[in-house]
Design a protein around this ligand. Structure first.
Ligand SMILES: [Zn+2]
Length: 196
């Protein structure tokens, strides 16, 4: 449990981890804080966008779409590994998920099945949307996987968390399949190595 870091600290953390960051518009003040609380934060959530093309992907994640206003995450991780910051604060990415999962994330224990949608995730998770169609065929370039690893590790490092604080949307909310194309256990293993 921790208060969210400042936008500047978030930017510094990503850069200190070796990431190339693209700042999109007034990302520091683009959020949904008027709709509900942001923090305390407990972890990092990874998603795929189900979109094609970096420019369109970043625009959608910043602006949202009919029925789901943006920002849809904090950072968009493109196929080339660049991280596009589109918002900071409460963002529409996690939706309602399982309180048992949240307790496991807080305790950094193995995750139980996500079979309830009773807890506001937008309050408690940093969110990274990763450019991928999520069809099981669209490739995940190594540059992108490294960037996911670095982005998650950057947040964990600042908060003193381990890789068990990093989950996929599919581990949080019943019915979600993202990210699809790599396993979160494999990604957590990479993050663990990076945090050593
Ligand atoms: Zn998602």
């Amino acid at each position: 449990m921790a208060p969210p870091m400042s936008a500047d600290s978030f930017l510094d953390a990503l850069r200190d981890e070796g990431l190339t960051v693209v700042q999109v518009g007034d990302w520091r003040n683009h959020n949904r804080n008027h709709k509900g609380p942001w923090g305390p934060v407990h972890g990092v959530m990874i998603h795929h966008t189900a979109t094609r093309g970096t420019a369109d992907t970043v625009r959608i994640c910043r602006d949202g779409y009919e029925g789901l206003p943006g920002p849809l995450c904090h950072g968009v991780i493109a196929k080339d590994g660049k991280v596009h910051l589109v918002g900071y604060g409460r963002a529409n990415h996690a939706g309602l998920g399982d309180d048992d999962v949240l307790r496991a994330v807080i305790a950094e224990k193995a995750l139980p099945p996500d079979d309830e949608a009773n807890t506001d995730g937008n309050r408690h998770f940093y969110g990274f949307e990763c450019e991928n169609l999520g069809d099981g065929r669209d490739p995940w370039p190594e540059a992108q996987l490294v960037a996911i690893e670095k982005a998650a590790a950057a947040v964990c490092r600042r908060h003193g968390w381990n890789a068990r604080s990093v989950i996929g949307h599919l581990e949080w909310q019943p019915g979600k399949i993202d990210p699809r194309g790599f396993t979160m256990n494999a990604m957590r293993a990479r993050i663990t190595e990076r945090l050593k």
